[in-house]
Design a protein around this ligand. Structure first.
Ligand SMILES: Cc1cc2nc3c(=O)[nH]c(=O)nc-3n(C[C@H](O)[C@H](O)[C@H](O)COP(=O)(O)OP(=O)(O)OC[C@H]3O[C@@H](n4cnc5c(N)ncnc54)[C@H](O)[C@@H]3O)c2cc1C
Length: 417
């Protein structure tokens, strides 16, 4: 049984020499059938299971994960959370997520270390300046806290930034979202798993889905490396592997999978009070609570399912970043890693029904889905529970690729998150 700990019980337990109970309960073998099966134990899959159980009272749920919990993009990202996208449909889903972030630690009884330290998106030429100002205006109309800042105001909030106008990437200003920030990514997976597991959700690791069976165009069962499991409803929440799973069920989705890399430096004293992102520089940086600078790079230009990126990509990002932050030149980078991101043609997510009855999909978050984790999980859980899209994902269904009602967010999403 998973337990919640108070501070006193933590101290008592630490001194007693007893074994710790796990944060979430592992299920080794799946049951023969479930009301709902979620394919993918990343942040979005676990959040979906949590909201199904807690908000929509559907608890006969399994999350099947081919690797280990938190082994996918949920714990490979650079943890930036913001909602300042251009279009109203995006504002709806990302802003709803931001509201959920604010109370998430208390709700999950698990500290996801959500820190609202503010996020800058920099402009380095007149076109970017115009685009970002347009986004700020659109954000304000949608009730999102977004402001335009001049270079000296940026310097005021982030003193180590170089605003010399003669450098390679001169800072001409930028947007600032004060309630954006960062969260601890693996804690988000563990926190959702913790509360979902308490509600009776089975979380099954090392359980790869290798086929999806339908009967008269309705979902019937999934074939996994731990046997066949029947399901009333199934959701594909598999990020980079979404198109592979869609193909198993007999349809295509317009997703391309690319490597995306990040790096961390050696830890240093607090020098970076906010998050700074730049599309032109192709980098985004924040400082972790341990003091490491967390730097994200651009995607590799080619498609790949291999979670390693090319050296030239990080080399270019770091070289450009040094123009913005010359003081970083003496830092040692400690670690580099990559994930594989699922990119839709309009740089917006897909959440909703599929051509197969009772089979749902949530993917296409590309380089920026971490920030949406609670909002995305909520929207998909609602869609599954009522077989009807939620207000926040009604513009994000697969249907838009047939109607042409795309939600083009390349400027706000781009490589930056
Ligand atoms: C380097 C990097 C930096 C990023 N930075 C940010 C950022 O700062 N802010 C932001 O908002 N977003 C960021 N992102 C994007 C964000 O991480 C993703 O959009 C988001 O995490 C995707 O959702 P997820 O957590 O559910 O995916 P994942 O954690 O990848 O979950 C999908 C799961 O499905 C499982 N799976 C796949 N196939 C199968 C199968 N056949 N059977 C069973 N299980 C299967 C996988 O093993 C995986 O665990 C970044 C991504 C990367 C790689």
């Amino acid at each position: 049984m998973v337990q919640n700990y108070s501070i006193w019980s933590l101290i008592k337990h630490a001194l007693s020499g007893k074994k710790w109970t796990p944060t979430w309960q592992k299920t080794i073998s799946p049951k023969p059938s479930y009301d709902v099966i979620i394919i993918g134990g990343g942040g979005h899959g676990l959040a979906t299971a949590y909201y199904l159980a807690h908000t929509f009272n559907i608890t006969n749920v399994a999350v099947v994960e081919k690797g280990w919990l938190g082994g996918g993009n949920v714990a490979r990202n650079t943890t930036i959370v913001r909602s300042n996208y251009l279009h109203t449909p995006s504002a709806m889903i990302y802003e709803h997520a931001l509201k959920l972030w604010k109370t998430l630690s208390a709700e999950l009884v698990y500290n996801v270390m959500f820190s609202q330290r503010g996020v800058f998106n920099l402009a380095h030429d007149e076109t970017e300046k115009r685009d970002i100002k347009r986004r700020v205006n659109a954000n304000q109309l949608n009730g999102i806290h977004s402001q335009w800042k001049e270079p000296d105001e940026i310097k005021n909030l982030c003193p180590i930034i170089n605003i010399n106008e003669n450098c390679r990437f001169p800072v001409l200003g930028g947007s600032f979202q004060p309630d954006g920030g960062v969260a601890r990514h693996d804690a988000v997976a563990w926190g959702f798993a913790h509360k979902a597991s308490l509600a009776g959700v089975d979380i099954i690791e090392q359980c790869e889905v290798i086929d999806i069976k339908t009967n008269q165009n309705r979902i019937s069962e999934i074939i996994t490396t731990k046997g066949n499991i029947k399901a009333g409803k199934v959701a594909i929440v598999a990020a980079a592997n979404s198109s592979v799973l869609a193909n198993m069920a007999g349809f295509d989705i317009p997703i391309k999978t690319h490597p995306l890399q990040a790096l961390v430096s050696e830890p240093v004293k607090p020098i970076m009070p906010t998050v700074v992102m730049s599309n032109a520089v192709h980098a985004y940086v924040s400082q972790s609570d341990k003091g490491e600078l967390v730097v994200g790079a651009g995607i590799d230009g080619f498609q790949s399912y291999v979670p390693t990126g090319s050296f030239n990509v990080i080399e270019a990002s770091i070289a450009a970043l040094l123009q913005l932050f010359p003081t970083f030149s003496r830092l040692k980078m400690m670690r580099q890693w990559a994930g594989n991101v699922d990119i839709a043609p309009d740089a917006s997510p897909i959440i909703g029904h599929t051509p197969v009855k009772d089979l749902y999909i949530n993917c296409g978050w590309g380089t920026g889905g971490f920030k949406a984790t609670p909002g995305s999980g909520y929207a998909l859980a609602h869609t599954i529970a009522y077989d009807k899209v939620h207000e926040t994902n009604k513009h994000h269904t697969l249907e838009r690729f047939f109607t042409g009602a795309l939600v083009a967010e390349h400027g706000a999403a781009a490589v930056a998150h």
